[in-house]
Design a protein around this ligand. Sequence first.
Ligand SMILES: Cc1cc2nc3c(=O)[nH]c(=O)nc-3n(C[C@H](O)[C@H](O)[C@H](O)COP(=O)(O)OP(=O)(O)OC[C@H]3O[C@@H](n4cnc5c(N)ncnc54)[C@H](O)[C@@H]3O)c2cc1C
Length: 399
Amino acid sequence: MSDTRYLSWPFFEERHRQLAGELESWAAEHVPHEHGTDVDAQCRSLVRALGAAGWLKHAVGGRSHGAADAIDTRSICLIRETLARHSGLADFAFAMQGLGSGAISLQGTPEQKERYLSRVARGEAIAAFALSEPEAGSDVAAMQCSARVEGGQAVLDGEKTWISNGGIADFYVVFCRTAEAPGARGISAFIVDAGTPGFEIAERIEVIAPHPLARLRFTNCRIPLSQRIGAAGEGFKIAMRTLDIFRTSVAAAALGFARRAMDEALHRATTRKMFNQVLADFQLTQAKLAQMATTIDASALLVYRAAWQRDQGHNVTREAAMAKLTATEGAHQVIDAAVQIFGGLGVVSGQPVERLYREIRSLRIYEGASEVQQLIIARELLKDLGNKAPAPSPVRKTP
Ligand SMILES: Cc1cc2nc3c(=O)[nH]c(=O)nc-3n(C[C@H](O)[C@H](O)[C@H](O)COP(=O)(O)OP(=O)(O)OC[C@H]3O[C@@H](n4cnc5c(N)ncnc54)[C@H](O)[C@@H]3O)c2cc1C
């Protein structure tokens, strides 16, 4: 088990320390170290196991639906960090239940919550979040997938891509252009059940760290208007609020991958004999280890500051972006250093550090690529400056 001294930081309450300890014991016993080739079956089985053990309750909000009262970001982050340390797929299975149902937790009607959240929390329904499109990834507001109202129904047409859990989800929260206003203000969110006529999986996508992923197609797909989440035109706001919670948790998952790489590197460096010493006796190795540990602590501070701040009810747009940028880029560096410490063994398929090297890559891209996080941070900084800007000082003329 990794160094857990950070759990005494003031961001946490006793219940968080207890949660982290209990999940660590559960994960050590129940999360498989090796995953076979049928990623769909493994994912379904992980969702069922996480639900049966009660962990998925933390991914959704609403006590009456067997869940936590409100979404507690620190719990979600601790769970993702711990699961990611054990298995990328276990973290993925947990995270997608939260991301896929987040819009319903935040803005769903009582009927929608009743119908979906308790099944998500028990691991009996698999959720997906469908925002990205082939021509609208970073530029979300460029989306084209549309929904028009016709005879009391919403009729969906268009495509979504890179959709995690695509092909195995029981329902998809789909963001569509409804054109109440141009750009981001003309988007609405809908729940589409798997098997709805007019909805199909157009393509399954294979990625370097395998998990269910697909391109979705909607052709004259009719759903009741009661499947809309929130008001017409509110979809973009709902998507951003959902991402504000889960963006910090992506950073927590990156932190978990980095901690695992650190553990592996420490073990290897202190046991690998060379030149009549072990690798860790060399100062060049010590410098690497020191940098890795410092990067991990800096990431952890930003992750749990953002999580704590959101749990206090504050806006975290800037803090979540800082956490995601630092933790995902930092984890990439930590894992790369671990691979280097392992030498040839570090690139052998199936080695933990080789797996981590593949797992971390997409975290720097999804839920807002690193460049997008930089833009968000800068925008928030400049906004603050604009609010506080003093009157410009008069230009002094040279005599
Ligand atoms: C494994 C995986 C799982 C995913 N799961 C989901 C999911 O479940 N649901 C969902 O809706 N989407 C999902 N996505 C999609 C993901 O959110 C997008 O891939 C991401 O938003 C980037 O969009 P894009 O791939 O179209 O890249 P583009 O938008 O084409 O961007 C390409 C690159 O351009 C750079 N860039 C972007 N903006 C700027 C800028 N302003 N200035 C300079 N450089 C910039 C970045 O480096 C970026 O990586 C997933 C993606 C992956 C890889």
